[in-house]
Write a protein that binds this ligand. Structure first.
Ligand code: APR
Ligand code: PHB
Length: 415
């Protein structure tokens, strides 16, 4: 097919240059499939946006296969366990011992995005920043299009498939909303996160349950700590001068014989918490991936890992489809993703419910009973560990995939 005057012709139009869109573009390029990525923010903004940074082993392996794990291997920090703290005691959960030797790696999502953007531009492949007025057309036809404004000019991409990787607030999911069903839960919780220029006080992450509210100690490097405290979702960051944040952190993570080192706060922000799933994750020739299709509260650190798992499936299905016109993978894409998504939704909901303070004494006693069980029963600890390091393949449950397939598809792809 030839493109109309002024139009860009490609195989896959990718909306959004977050980890989902950028990694999909990389995987497709490896298979010789052309794509154009459009992003409504500037490069600088996207490369500075601070997000979570905990990678499952499967995510690391995929980034390796995609050829973008060089810096990740140099700077990423491999962890074999986490700590749960409650009732004034800290307990280690030996993730790797409990979950077949699998590990997790600390490496900021921001760094992954930088690595992927660097690679895309080095490869000389199309990635347009600061696009505006993005609109999708012909989704139910074999010739979908994406229109947008770029550098003052109206542009159009003619493609075979659109990948909606534009995050929770993007335009792709709303474009097909009437064909989708949404499931969601809002929590009366927010996380206030800071990045501080101080060596982490704990080598491994500490998830702390405390009557004043949850706190999490994590890190970005041997010199940079990342710390979070539970707050209300509608609190203003101006109400949290640095001294108040440290005071609250100190109170919530205090432990006899251990102290939390403080340092200059480089960044701070508050995010609300939500669980959200779209069923299915496809309509016509538009396939949603990552936050565009689902959101998890950050307690289980699953957001980025789910986005990576989605695009791995989508890339494989597209390779099959472009290569041999076999649309089996595309028709089952949504159901296959949703099996993993719902497992992660449950895990994130469970971790969130177990660790935050909701102001209900009955709930608090239940939480403590559950936490004690997790650190004293190997079976319970293994459940946490397996989910935390990331479930793969059959552990997601064939029945679950079949169930998801019954609920949402298989869905046809317009010819
Ligand atoms: N047009 C083009 N790009 C858009 C549009 C639009 N209309 N709307 C949003 N975007 C861009 C955003 O600016 C962002 O760069 O889409 C990108 C979506 O990226 P993310 O929000 O990072 O989502 P995703 O790639 O799915 O990654 C999921 O990000 O939010 C975290 O916890 C989440 O770690 C998870 C990961
Ligand atoms: C992070 O390092 O930012 C992080 C780690 C674990 C979480 C959430 C965020 O559960």
């Amino acid at each position: 097919m030839t493109a109309a005057a002024g139009a860009i012709r490609t195989q896959v139009a990718i909306v959004g240059a977050g980890p989902a869109g950028l990694l999909l573009a990389r995987l497709l390029d490896d298979a010789g499939i052309e794509s154009v990525v459009i992003e409504n923010r500037g490069r600088d903004y996207v490369e500075k946006r601070i997000r979570a940074g905990l990678l499952e082993q499967g995510t690391v392996e995929l980034l390796e296969r995609a050829g973008v794990a060089g810096r990740l291997h140099e700077e990423g920090i491999v962890h074999h366990g986490i700590h749960l703290q409650f009732d004034g005691e800290r307990h280690r959960v030996a993730l790797s011992d409990l979950a077949g030797g699998r590990t997790i790696t600390i490496y900021g999502q921001t760094e992954i995005v930088k690595d992927l953007i660097g690679r895309r531009l080095d490869d000389g492949l199309p990635l347009l920043f600061e696009v505006d007025e993005v609109a999708l057309e012909g989704i139910e036809t074999a010739t979908p299009r994406v229109r947008f404004l770029h550098a003052g000019a109206r542009r159009e991409i003619e493609c075979d498939v659109i990948a909606g990787c534009d995050g929770f607030h993007g335009v792709c999911r709303p474009a097909i909303a009437k064909h989708l069903q949404f499931f969601s839960r809002d929590y009366p919780l927010g996380w206030l996160g800071i990045l501080a220029a101080v060596a982490p006080s704990s080598d491994e992450l500490v998830y702390a349950h405390h009557e004043r509210g949850f706190a999490l100690l994590t890190l970005r490097s041997p010199e940079l700590s990342r710390l979070y405290i539970q707050c209300a979702p509608d609190e203003r960051i101006e109400e949290w001068p640095d001294a108040r944040i440290w005071e609250e952190l100190q109170a919530r993570v205090a432990l006899d014989g251990w102290s939390l080192a403080e340092g200059p706060v480089l960044e701070k922000g508050i995010t609300g918490m939500r669980s959200f799933v779209s069923e299915p994750m496809q309509h016509g020739r538009l396939f949603l991936a990552g936050d565009a299709a689902h959101i998890v509260p950050p307690t289980g650190a699953k957001g980025l890992n789910l986005a990576v798992a989605d695009v791995a499936l989508l890339a494989a299905a597209l390779v099959e489809w472009f290569g041999s016109a076999d649309d089996t993978g595309l028709r089952h894409y949504s159901a296959a993703c949703l099996a993993r998504v719902w497992r992660a939704e449950h895990f994130s909901y469970w971790m969130t419910s177990m660790l935050h303070t909701f102001g209900d004494p009955f709930e608090q006693r239940l939480q403590l009973a559950q936490l004690r069980y997790v650190v004293s029963s190997e079976a319970a600890a293994r459940t946490l560990a397996e989910n935390y390091v990331g479930l793969a393949g059959s552990r997601l449950g064939g029945a679950d995939i079949d169930g998801a397939a019954r609920r949402v598809g298989p869905i046809s792809v317009p010819r």
